[in-house]
Design a protein around this ligand. Structure first.
Ligand code: NDP
Length: 323
C-alpha cells in the first residue's frame, strides 16, 4: 500500500509518499481501509520535531473508513463496520492503518467518512475544552483564538450554543466573517487590532472569563492580560510556537488566574471517556449544534502541500487527505 513517511524531522519537504507493507491486525487491533484522513496541526509538530518522535516514521493521528481485519480479542468491531480514530498510533497518512480497538470509535450512519475525519480530533478537543477543562456557562465571555481554524470553527459554534459571549480572534477580515457566521458575538482581527484593548472594551474593562488559546507564543501575553480575576487561561496549542516558560507569580499579579495545558489524550484516556466524548460530538453534529463545513480535500500524495497551507495560515476549517 501507499503511505506517507518521513526519515528525518524538518520542513514539509521531508514528507515522502512511498510503497510500504500493508498492516496486519495484532491482538486487540483492527485494520481500517481509510476513506478520509484528518490533517491536524499536531502532525506538523511531529514533522518538525517540536513534539519529538522516533524516525523513520509515518505521520497522522486520525482517519475514518471501513474495518477490513479484526485482531484476536476484539469484540467491539467486525469486518465491514465503519470506524474512526483520532489519537493514533502515528501513521494515519496511509491507505490502511492498524489501530487498537480501544482507541477506535464507531461512526453513526448520518456522519460521512469525510466529516468524521474532519471533525473527530478537532471536535472532541472543542468538546472537552468547553465542557470539561473550563465548563463554559451562558453569559460568560470566552475568547476563542484561531476561531476560523479547524478546532476554532467547532468551538465557536459550541460556545455560542451554550450561550456564552464569544470573542473570536482571527488573522484576517475574511476569517472574521466566517467566525461571525458561526455565531461569534465579537471578532478581533489581529492583522489590525490589539487583542487586549478590544477584550477590555467588549467586557467593560473586566476581562474575559476564559481564553482558549491554541496559538501559543504570539498570544501568550495577550491571553494573560485579557482575563478577569480568577479567569482561566487554557493554553492548548502552539500554532505560532510554544508558549514560553513563566513565573507562577505572574498568575497572582494578574488576578489569581488559573492556568492549564490540557491534551485531548488525557481527557479521552479510557475507551469509555473516548466513546462518550465522540458520542457527544456526533450528537452535536446530528442536532445541528455543530455544523462541520465540507473539509478541504487533498490527495494523500499531496500531504506536504496540506502542511504548507496549514502552516502558512492559508486554510479555514478542516483539511482531509484522500487515499
Ligand atoms: P487550525 O486550523 O486552527 O490552524 C492554525 C491556525 O492558527 C491558523 O489558521 C491561524 O489562524 C492560527 N495562527 C496564528 N498564528 C499562527 C502562526 N504563526 N502560524 C500558523 N498558524 C497561526 O489548526 P487545528 O485546528 O488543526 O489546530 C488548532 C490548534 O489546536 C493547534 O495549535 C493544535 O496543536 C491545537 N490542538 C490541541 C489539542 C489539545 O488537546 N491540546 C488537540 C487538537 C488541536 P489565524 O490566521 O486566524 O490566526
Amino acid at each position: 500500500m501507499k503511505a506517507v513517511r518521513i526519515s528525518q524531522t524538518g520542513g514539509p519537504d521531508v514528507i515522502r509518499f512511498e510503497e510500504v507493507a500493508a498492516p496486519q491486525a495484532g491482538a486487540g487491533e483492527i485494520v481500517i481501509r481509510q476513506r478520509a484522513i484528518g490533517v491536524n496541526f499536531i502532525d506538523t509538530y511531529h514533522r518538525t520535531g517540536l513534539y519529538p518522535i522516533p524516525t523513520p516514521s509515518g505521520l497522522g493521528l486520525e482517519g475514518a473508513g471501513e474495518v477490513i481485519e479484526v485482531g484476536a480479542g476484539v469484540t467491539r468491531f467486525k469486518v465491514g463496520d465503519r470506524a474512526g480514530f483520532c489519537s493514533g498510533p502515528i501513521g494515519a497518512y496511509a491507505e490502511m492503518h492498524a489501530v487498537p480497538a480501544a482507541r477506535a470509535v464507531t461512526i453513526p450512519d448520518g456522519v460521512s467518512d469525510d466529516i468524521a475525519a474532519a471533525s473527530m480530533l478537532k471536535g472532541m478537543t472543542a468538546r472537552y475544552l468547553l465542557k470539561r477543562t473550563y465548563p463554559l456557562k451562558a453569559g460568560e465571555f470566552a475568547i476563542v483564538h484561531a476561531a476560523a481554524g479547524g478546532v476554532g470553527q467547532i468551538a465557536v459554534q459550541w460556545a455560542a450554543h451554550i450561550g456564552a459571549v464569544v470573542i473570536a480572534v482571527v488573522g484576517s477580515a475574511a476569517k472574521g466573517e466566517i467566525a461571525r457566521t458561526l455565531g461569534a458575538n465579537h471578532v478581533i482581527d489581529t492583522s489590525k487590532e490589539d487583542i487586549v484593548k478590544r477584550v477590555r472594551e467588549i467586557t467593560n474593562g473586566e476581562g474575559a472569563h476564559v481564553s482558549y488559546d491554541s496559538v501559543g507564543k504570539d498570544t501568550f501575553q495577550a491571553s494573560l492580560d485579557s482575563l478577569r480575576p480568577l479567569g482561566m487561561f487554557v493554553s492548548f496549542g502552539n500554532a505560532s510556537g510554544a508558549a514560553p516558560p513563566f513565573d507562577p507569580g505572574i498568575l497572582a499579579q494578574k488576578g489569581s488566574l488559573f492556568f492549564t495545558r490540557p491534551t485531548l489524550f488525557t481527557y479521552t484516556r479510557t475507551p469509555e471517556l473516548l466513546q462518550e466524548t465522540a458520542d457527544d460530538l456526533f450528537e452535536g453534529i446530528a442536532k445541528g449544534i455543530v455544523k462541520i463545513a465540507p473539509p478541504t480535500r487533498y490527495a494523500l500524495a499531496d500531504a506536504a502541500q496540506a502542511h504548507r497551507d496549514l502552516e502558512a495560515r492559508k486554510t479555514t476549517g478542516s483539511l482531509v487527505l484522500v487515499p
